[in-house]
Design a protein around this ligand. Structure first.
Ligand code: G4P
Length: 526
């Protein structure tokens, strides 16, 4: 392989969590270890604490200026780690789902008090679609949380994955003593607000050693010995293969805000997490080690400053070497494009790069040529598969309030939906435009941006739909179905037919009545 040394030193991942579990805090600790930031507090939370649109737009404007926060690259133990940021607000979950198509593995943060939450389950479903390897970090062990064995059961049950603890807590809450690392057989004691250093790590291969009796109460010592015996008996030993296949998730316990258990997690991450791998594409699998460059756009970030209307498209390099100023083939537009100022994000600063390798994310200035899922190659025509659109959860009809601005509205909505801000559906055989979103905040953002950036005023009328289902199957049956269900049939931006279901009951009824039609909750973007 021509670029094997570059490929094998890269690990590209995302930290995912239900809001408030500790993603931002853990990100910051990772960056501190990686030397990418010097002080705590440097990572701004991208959570929206006040839920007004103007607050949100203000945060977005700042983010637009410092797009560096979208990808954080740092070196740790000779590994080049690319950490891809995901939005903190649940209304923008779709952005997170798409970012997951660009990573090779994830770290999933769980709050030990709350356990598996709604968003945790959804995120795991997306990971499972691509068999993405997952490491779980059970956070906030300084709080009185659930019993760790119960938590492991909950993880297995709700996330549908086998788990394997690699560290084990001794008590929790105010009585939290520390963790025993089952992977490298050592003990680290917990001291709130004090960073554990290498000196605090006590090698402890044999739990019958007198160290345990000397340092723990008789109750804690017995509990630890019992727990570890139980773990070794009940859980399969950790194995790289099922982890890399996304079937087994190693679990760590710690407290991000106290920087506890984070180093164990990061050390193990750089050791076991996958390097960039081959990817499926429409015509053939693309080997990561191929000489020729290929990559795809997974995110588009608009600069909301009206004086600088450029956008940044985020390219994930999948094979070969990306070079600055070289012409590449934009498959969808069938034209050649080149980039004179591609960015990477080393140490949280934007830097113009001359080249990039598989696993890297490059920011490309875009004047409206890209949409999510676009592929760049050295000439060959294919597109990467597995970059889905997900069914929105809220549907509203877009109503033009100013007929003089119809063109601006059409252009605006096309560009915003290219960016992935929301999904646009058009009535089948008609002109009604329906916008699908995950959360209400998205509608507010669209309305605000259409007015601010395109001068187009619009209004939204709520529609009583609950899911969008892409329909495929027997052609004749689909024609009949679309005729009967005209009021519920729309087309997505690529002209695919979509059935909008009013409720789960309706959907199940249609499924039963139309066995030759398949109803899908996701659609390939192409
Ligand atoms: P998120 O990005 O996943 O939404 O979570 P974030 O890191 O912002 O953490 C959510 C809250 O949980 C924060 O408190 C954070 O300080 C706290 N937290 C993170 N890790 C731990 C931990 O190990 N133990 C405890 N007890 N708390 C933890 P906040 O009050 O919402 O914000 P802040 O004002 O403290 O920043």
């Amino acid at each position: 392989m021509k670029y094997s040394s570059e490929i094998n030193k890269r690990k590209t991942f995302a930290i995912i969590a239900h809001p408030d579990a500790g993603k931002t805090t853990l990100t910051e600790k990772f960056l501190l270890f990686g030397g990418a930031i010097q002080t705590a507090g440097a990572v701004k939370s991208n959570k929206i604490k006040k839920h007004t649109t103007s607050d949100f737009m203000e945060i977005e404007r700042q983010r637009g200026i410092s797009v560096a926060t979208s990808v954080m690259t740092f070196e740790y133990r000779d590994v080049l780690v690319n950490l891809l940021d995901t939005p903190g607000h649940k209304d923008f979950a779709e952005d997170t789902y798409r970012t997951l198509t660009a990573v090779d593995s994830v770290v999933l943060v769980i709050d030990c008090v709350k356990g598996v939450e709604e968003q945790t389950e959804k995120l795991m479903e997306v990971c499972r679609m691509r068999d993405t390897p997952v490491i779980i970090f059970v956070n906030k062990m300084d709080r009185d949380g659930k019993n760790p064995f119960d938590l492991l059961d909950e993880l297995e049950e709700k996330l549908n994955i086998k788990v394997r603890p690699l560290s084990w807590p001794i008590n929790g809450g105010t009585d939290f003593k520390g963790v025993y690392n089952l992977y490298n057989k050592s003990f680290v004691s917990f001291l709130p607000n004090k960073k554990a250093t290498d000196d605090d790590i006590v090698p402890l291969a044999d739990l019958s050693s007198s160290y345990v009796d000397e340092h723990f109460s008789a109750k804690d010592a017995a509990q630890l010995r019992n727990d570890v015996e139980l773990i070794e008996g009940v859980y399969d030993p950790f194995d790289n293969k099922p982890y890399l296949e996304g079937k087994q998730a190693p679990v760590f316990f710690g407290s991000a805000v106290n920087n506890f258990g984070v180093k164990d997690l990061l050390d193990t991450f750089v050791e076991i997490a996958p390097v960039p791998r081959d990817r499926e594409a429409s015509t053939r699998p693309i080997a990561v080690g191929e000489d020729k460059f290929s990559g795809f756009i997974f995110k588009i970030h608009a600069n909301l400053d009206p004086r600088h209307r450029d956008r940044i498209a985020f390219l994930r390099v999948c094979s070969g070497r990306f070079e600055r100023n070289k012409f590449y083939h934009h498959v969808r537009l069938d034209k050649d494009v080149r980039f004179s100022n591609p960015y990477t994000f080393l140490a949280r600063e934007k830097n113009v790069v001359d080249d990039a390798y598989p696993g890297d994310v490059v920011g490309l200035f875009d004047t409206g040529n890209f949409k999510i899922g676009d592929t760049l190659t050295e000439g060959e025509s294919f597109y990467f598969t597995g970059i889905p659109s997900f069914s929105p959860e809220l549907f509203k009809e877009l109503v033009n309030k100013d007929p003089m601005k119809t063109k601006q509205l059409e252009k605006g909505i096309r560009q915003l939906t290219d960016e992935g801000v929301a999904q646009l559906f058009t009535q089948h055989g008609g002109n009604r435009k329906i916008i699908g979103c995950v959360g209400d905040l998205q509608f507010e953002v669209i309305q605000y941006r259409l007015l601010q950036e395109y001068g187009a005023a619009c209004q939204f009328n709520t529609l009583p739909f609950y899911k969008a289902c892409w329909i495929t199957g027997n052609k004749q049956k689909i024609e009949e179905f679309t005729r009967f269900k005209q009021a519920n049939i729309v087309e997505d931006k690529d002209g695919h037919l979509v059935y909008l279901a009013q409720s789960e009951w309706y959907l199940n009824t249609e499924r039963t009545n139309n066995p030759e039609i398949e109803f899908h909750f996701t659609s390939e973007i192409h």
